[in-house]
Design a protein around this ligand. Structure first.
Ligand SMILES: Cc1cc2nc3c(=O)[nH]c(=O)nc-3n(C[C@H](O)[C@H](O)[C@H](O)COP(=O)(O)OP(=O)(O)OC[C@H]3O[C@@H](n4cnc5c(N)ncnc54)[C@H](O)[C@@H]3O)c2cc1C
Length: 472
């Protein structure tokens, strides 16, 4: 569905050209003849600083003055033989990932930001396509193929984008574009080493998902996205190559070079830095898997907005649980924190803050047993068991957020380097792993402190490791 109005006139050649282009691409639009409508003439003049330029188009609330066909293609997502419309929101990390992938591959797509007033019409359509769920990104190709929250590999296949093997040999390939990876890259680039960052999703890592960071030196308070945007900008300014949507699946050492394969391409480097961080741990209780994304969530900044003025449960008792619970309490109706332990393990600052917030209540020493939903699969609450009395109860809520720790993202490297029994990478000296030339920095490393400042420090250490290794 489109929201396009064209202001034009029959005698105007560019209007005819634009109309023909839309028709050829089966795109419907409203046409208003400025010669017959004084209001329309005024509108065109207002848009164009008093000038009467036609065609003037309004596409999803944005005006375009006499766009050529290339501009129309870019705005409407028209490519050679197919058209792509991406429904998403600016706050949604998976939307950023898909947008970056399409942009990196020079594919036109029309972006419809569903949170904008003029695009509200898209929400019921998305829900209808997704069994009543508001899932984004939803990507429609040729009004026909619907891809919901696709991985880049799925998009690659749907759009017939060729897998590539790049010929260039980088000094170092950094796997993971969070705080550790970006810092390594900034330091290595300044040492004149040519770095490539391969990032599975979008640049920024876990810090990007955090609403507020209050313990990164230099900033009393900064949003995660703002901090990570600065780090990304710095890496780019110093010349790092960044490829997003590239999940590394294997590393093979051939002589002195490493072949680093993603699902779509293979890259070569003289050294490698692993900085893939860690992922949210699940509760692994009944109901969890089925409700992920539609009642059960792991990222407050990603999904919290869906629960404005509603009741939610937060599961966990450490820093992340309390920090995110406090953040959510700012706009939801109520937050009930369920903690398996009798005391919180979070730092005192968070515990003190909790006591000052009226709409947060705590349910201590309770084990989460099951997520409960109604006959239609709609989330209803969480069943918990009291660890002392064994009494079970259902805590009713509209959604739940789980923050119970992290597991390292090291599966792809387990055959290559030495990991500890929990899957964290063992390192020594200057962030060196068990394989010379492969370094590890950040939350995936054994003993990591799991803080942004610590991850950046580890990135510095890895860059020194690379320098020593490449010079030897
Ligand atoms: C909810 C929450 C709140 C937090 N709040 C704070 C805070 O207030 N202050 C603070 O200091 N710290 C905070 N942290 C911790 C902080 O975010 C992490 O310590 C930091 O992000 C670690 O950086 P990293 O670079 O090691 O890993 P990450 O930030 O996890 O980055 C790793 C990157 O690697 C990518 N990746 C994973 N696997 C692959 C693969 N196979 N191929 C390619 N790329 C891959 C991931 O997509 C990710 O972008 C918080 C964490 C969470 C989860």
């Amino acid at each position: 569905m489109n929201n396009i109005t064209m202001y034009g006139a029959d005698w105007c050649p560019d209007c005819r050209r634009a109309k023909a282009f839309l028709k050829e691409n089966n795109i419907s639009y409203d046409h208003i003849d400025v010669d017959l409508n004084k209001e329309a003439t005024k509108k065109v003049e207002n848009i164009n600083n008093g000038k009467r330029i036609i065609p003037t188009l309004i596409i999803d609330g944005k005006s375009l003055t006499n766009p050529d066909n290339a501009k129309l293609s870019a705005v409407l997502g028209i490519n050679d033989g197919y058209r792509i419309v991406l429904y998403g929101a600016d706050w949604c990390p998976d939307c950023r990932k898909s947008k970056a992938f399409l942009t990196d591959n020079k594919i036109n797509f029309q972006y419809i930001e569903i949170d904008k007033e003029e695009n509200k019409w898209a929400i019921p359509m998305i829900k209808e396509l997704n069994n009543g769920k508001r899932k984004i990104p939803t990507i429609i190709i040729n009004d026909d193929i619907v891809l919901v929250e696709p991985e880049n590999e799925e998009l690659r296949q749907a759009l017939n984008i060729d897998a590539v093997k790049e010929e260039k040999v980088y000094d170092t390939i950094i796997i993971g574009g969070g705080a550790a990876g970006l810092t390594t890259s900034i330091y290595a680039q300044r040492d004149r080493f040519d770095t490539l960052i391969l990032e599975k999703k979008t640049i920024g890592g876990n810090a990007f998902l955090t609403e507020k960071i209050e313990n990164y030196p230099g900033f009393t308070s900064i949003s995660g996205p703002a901090l990570m945007d600065k780090m990304e900008e710095q890496a780019r300014v110093y010349g790092a190559t960044i490829k997003t949507g590239e999940e590394v699946v294997s590393i093979v050492k051939n002589d002195n070079l490493f072949d680093v394969a993603t699902k779509t391409s293979t890259y070569q480097a003289k050294s490698v830095v692993l900085s893939t961080g860690s992922t949210y741990r699940k509760l692994n209780i009944p109901g969890e898997q089925e409700l992920i994304g539609s009642g059960v969530h792991f990222c407050a900044t990603c999904d919290g907005a869906f629960y404005r003025d509603r009741d939610i449960v937060v599961v966990g008792g450490g820093n992340s649980a309390l920090e995110e619970g406090i953040f959510l309490s700012g706009f939801v109706k109520s937050v009930k924190i369920v903690n398996i332990m009798p005391e919180f393990s979070a730092s005192e600052t968070y515990i003190e803050k909790l006591s000052e917030i009226d709409n947060i209540s705590t349910h201590m020493n309770k084990t989460s047993v099951e997520f409960v939903s109604d006959s239609k699969g709609k989330f209803e609450g969480i069943k918990v068991r009291d660890n002392v009395t064994n009494v079970e109860e259902v805590i009713p809520a509209d959604g739940a957020f789980i923050f119970i720790g992290l597991i390292p993202n090291t599966n792809a490297f387990k055959e290559v380097i030495e990991l500890n029994e929990r899957g964290f990478v063992k390192t020594k000296g200057l962030a060196e792993t068990s394989v010379p030339g492969i370094f590890a920095a950040g939350d995936l490393r054994e003993g990591a402190i799991a803080q942004v400042a610590a991850a950046t420090g580890e990135g510095v250490l890895a860059s020194y490791g690379i320098r020593e290794y490449l010079k030897s």
